[in-house]
Design a protein around this ligand. Structure first.
Ligand SMILES: C[S@@+](CC[C@H](N)C(=O)[O-])C[C@H]1O[C@@H](n2cnc3c(N)ncnc32)[C@H](O)[C@@H]1O
Length: 134
């Protein structure tokens, strides 16, 4: 039993692989991993005063989870920033959460199966729509 646990401890996990890749590509000055659930990470980033130009939502895919992540991380988005939603259309919870949020905020929701964009930046939303429509 102890041997199995010992072997497991030596197996590389996703975080170690990720950290190795970050260092190997010399991106350690621009990437800061936060190995936390999305809600906890939000509070850390809020406390740090982060305002991000791009936020990519790809954590829990259930409606309640995505709704909460969109609402929380929207507060960290820079005024002209872009929020990208992974698995739009392909996961009903993502689609419903994104649609409801866009309607509530009165902003466009632009997307196709796999990705969608939420932004207050009108110029950018028009460009995104053209690219998605092509
Ligand atoms: C769908 S995977 C996407 C991972 C990564 N973006 C990728 O493309 O490889 C979701 C990841 O978010 C993490 N996560 C963080 N907060 C989460 C939450 N509130 N609910 C579910 N997963 C969460 C999970 O541990 C998991 O690694």
């Amino acid at each position: 039993m102890a041997r199995v646990a010992g072997n497991r401890a030596r197996l590389p996990d996703a975080l170690h692989t990720f950290l190795n890749n970050v260092i190997a590509s010399q991106c350690e000055r621009i990437i800061t991993p936060l190995p936390l659930p999305s809600e906890s990470a939000f509070f850390v980033l809020q406390r740090l005063g982060v305002k991000a130009p791009i936020i990519y939502i790809d954590a829990g895919h259930e409606y309640e989870s995505v709704s909460r992540d969109i609402a929380l991380y929207w507060r960290l988005l820079a005024p002209d920033g872009v929020m990208i939603l992974d698995d739009y259309i392909t996961f009903p919870g993502v689609t419903r959460a994104a649609t409801e949020f866009a309607l509530r905020e009165g902003i466009p929701l632009i997307g196709e199966a796999g990705k969608a964009v939420l932004t207050r930046n009108t110029a950018l939303s028009i460009t995104t729509k053209i690219i998605v429509d092509e």
